[in-house]
Ligand binder design. Structure first.
Ligand code: HEC
Length: 108
């Protein structure tokens, strides 16, 4: 190996370093991924039958999720779904949706 080849090693290491690890995924975001199938990407369901989760306050989201879990708010599907999460996980999910942009693209 010549000196000039050796000089390329750090350059190649830089070029080959994957860039996908830039933003760590939070627990709330990971858990909320299962909700997006019905509630839209990042909780935006503008123009559909479901109210957008994005932009609602964390307190409102959490209160509704707990009401679903306890069965005090009647629902078709959310009662079963909410039972699958601990209160801490529901709080993480609520915080994540609350931090997403609302229906009109503005922060709550
Ligand atoms: C299979 C489709 C489906 C999935 C998956 C789903 N939801 Fe729902 N969600 C609904 C439906 C339908 C409603 C309306 C209430 C009902 O009938 O259950 C609803 C209502 C809600 C509401 C009340 C919204 C409001 O403003 O009144 C919240 C909050 C909510 N879902 C959160 C979640 C979260 C968090 C997840 C992921 C853990 C999730 N949902 C996953 C279908 C779904």
């Amino acid at each position: 190996m010549t000196l000039s080849t050796l000089a390329l090693v750090p350059v190649l290491a830089l070029v080959c370093t994957p860039a996908f690890a830039a933003e760590p995924v939070s627990a709330g975001e990971r858990l909320a991924a299962t909700c997006t199938a019905c509630h839209g990407t990042r909780g935006n369901t503008a123009g559909t039958a479901l109210p957008p989760l994005a932009g609602q306050s964390k307190e409102t989201l959490l209160a509704n999720l707990k009401a679903f879990k306890e069965g005090s708010r009647p629902a078709t599907i959310m009662t079963q779904l909410a039972k699958g999460y601990t209160d801490e996980q529901l709080a993480q999910i609520a915080a994540w949706f609350a931090a997403q942009r609302g229906e009109k693209g503005e922060k709550p």
